[in-house]
Design a protein around this ligand. Structure first.
Ligand code: NG6
Ligand code: CA
Length: 509
């Protein structure tokens, strides 16, 4: 009887889904392309006020859509930020959502309802191309890299995937297409370890003479393409990526994906490796920013955005395609390689007017570029409303009339109208830093909860915002978070702390 009930419920869900999918098809619902850059700071794009960088394609996108000045990811590092965006759940509710190794098991388990499921249930074709960093396979360190690496993106709503398992600086340095390594020669199998090196394999630490880019800290394990990484790998020579070609490869895949799906309605999650380390842009971008590898990688990212824009225009899809451009966390200058990013930075301010950047609790860590264009519906402009990537899930679900299962996406709110016409956004937003310390903000105030951890990552020269006491900043008058006014406004600190507690407790899964 129980089984019968479950089956009936499932079938009803399927029927409802397909009715909506059919209806949506007829209504010419928009394609959606979500471009997520890696470590791109608020101040790294010209349209956010920077005079030191040239980003013509991103600026054009902003001109056609809404540019948000208060657009947030939920965490100042990649894995938790991406986790929240795809699941609609704050990462700090779930263990194991810190920065993932390249051999991490799937962090978003197959039973989870995701942003990709929203689109899939609405009848879209769904694809992810680029940086994944959410784990693959069942358990950490046990994947069959030479076979079907499952579970993976196809288990959480993506029909198609062409991804890097983790990041550019972590092994395995191969592309994984639909959960299988691309160009794998089975006579040269791949082994991966985050514990120990494979016998006789060179590393950055033991063989620096083999390196074309030296590490500045850590990143001295296995060597691939003359660059030492985090983690050890062996084999798979034909499958190894060439960093200089990565933007061309993934942008090419994204363009193909759009071309192949021009008759369908599609959702493409395009997550670039730019501008994360190692920053090794293609030679045609080298020297274009006058700022060294970091600036050149921004130029390369801008090019990728332009290729996507050109493609939808050429196919006549521009009017009815929503493009969302954002970043997974704030900026960092030296993140582990001697790429002269610090020396050549000049006057450029990667966080713009914001304090600090990646890893930390200050605004530079989680207030990121945010642009949304949809030429047939959006009136171009600027919005100062608080919006967050975590709300994409419920916003699109409600827009597409897709039912979010009970208990799923507990922190995601419907702010479709804020995304599309800049109307009132979120009231409160919680963000988390690398030390798991929480902050809460509204449009006036930001309270960084007392927490543990050092004040700075010395190697990256980035403030973390940790303090053993509460900090309060008035974002309206002190966007740069220079003056901690917690002592002056204890009642506001209390109100923010109470709200944080309420959010923490009310929404336990
Ligand atoms: C850090 C790495 C950094 C980068 C980061 C993840 C060291 C010292 N630093 O641990 O280089 O890889 O993890 O970045 O190893 S993220 O954008 O993917 O979160
Ligand atoms: Ca990142």
């Amino acid at each position: 009887m129980k089984n019968f009930q479950i089956t009936t419920t499932c079938m009803m869900a399927l029927t409802i889904t397909s009715v909506f999918a059919e209806k949506n098809k007829k209504a010419k619902i928009p394609n959606v392309i979500l471009i997520n850059a890696d470590d791109l700071g608020y101040g790294d794009i010209a349209c956010n006020g920077s005079k030191t960088i040239h980003t013509p394609n991103i600026d054009l996108l902003a001109k056609k859509g809404i540019r948000f000045s208060n657009f947030h990811c939920t965490a100042s590092t990649s894995t938790p930020s991406r986790y929240s965006m795809l699941t609609g759940e704050y990462s700090w509710r779930k263990q194991g959502t810190g920065i993932a190794t390249g051999d991490a098991g799937s962090i978003i388990r197959p039973e989870r309802f995701t942003l990709a499921d929203v689109f899939k249930n609405a009848g879209y074709k769904t694809g992810v191309i680029g940086k994944w960093h959410l784990g693959l396979g069942d358990k950490t360190g046990t994947q069959d890299w030479n076979g079907h690496i499952t579970p993976g993106p196809s288990d959480i709503g993506f029909d198609y995937s062409f991804i890097l398992a983790a990041t550019g600086d972590r092994v395995p340095c191969v592309y994984v297409e639909n959960e299988r390594i691309v160009n794998l020669d089975h006579s040269d199998p791949i082994s991966v370890s985050y514990e120990k090196n494979f016998h006789g394999e060179p590393t950055g630490a033991s063989n620096p003479e083999l390196l074309k880019l030296l590490p500045s800290h850590k990143h001295d394990f296995s060597i691939v393409n003359g660059i030492s990484r985090i983690g050890y790998m062996k084999g798979g020579k034909k499958a190894l990526w060439v960093d200089e070609d990565m933007a061309d490869v993934i942008t090419g895949k994204a363009v193909n994906y759009i071309n192949e799906n021009k008759e369908n309605t599609f959702f493409l999650y395009f997550a670039t490796q730019d501008i994360h380390v190692p920053r090794v842009p293609h030679s045609r971008f080298v020297g274009t920013s006058g700022m060294g590898a970091r600036g050149d990688a921004i130029m390369e990212f801008d090019w990728s955005v332009g290729e996507i824009m050109k493609t939808i225009k050429k196919l006549g899809l521009e009017k009815n395609t929503i493009i969302i451009l954002t970043s997974d966390n704030g900026p960092v200058i030296d993140d582990g390689y001697q790429d002269k990013a610090v020396e050549l930075l000049g006057e450029h301010k990667p966080s713009g007017p914001l304090r600090a950047g990646k890893y930390g609790s200050f605004e530079g860590g989680s207030r990121v570029p945010g642009i949304i264009s949809w030429p047939s519906k959006i009136k171009p402009g600027v919005s100062n409303e608080i919006v967050s990537q975590i709300d994409l899930l419920r916003s699109f679900a409600n827009f597409l009339q897709v039912q979010v299962p009970q208990g799923a996406a507990p922190d995601s709110e419907d702010h479709f109208n804020s995304f599309i016409n800049g109307s009132k956004g979120r009231e409160y937003l919680v963000t988390v830093n690398i030390n798991m310390n929480l902050s809460i903000q509204n449009s006036d105030w930001k309270m960084i909860n007392e927490g543990k951890g050092g004040t700075k990552i010395v190697e990256t020269n980035l403030e973390l915002g940790n303090a053993p006491y509460d900090q309060l900043f008035n974002l309206k008058t002190d966007l740069g978070e220079k003056n901690n006014v917690a002592d002056k406004y204890p009642e506001i600190v209390k109100q923010m702390k109470d709200k944080l507690l309420q959010i923490k407790e009310l929404k336990k899964l």
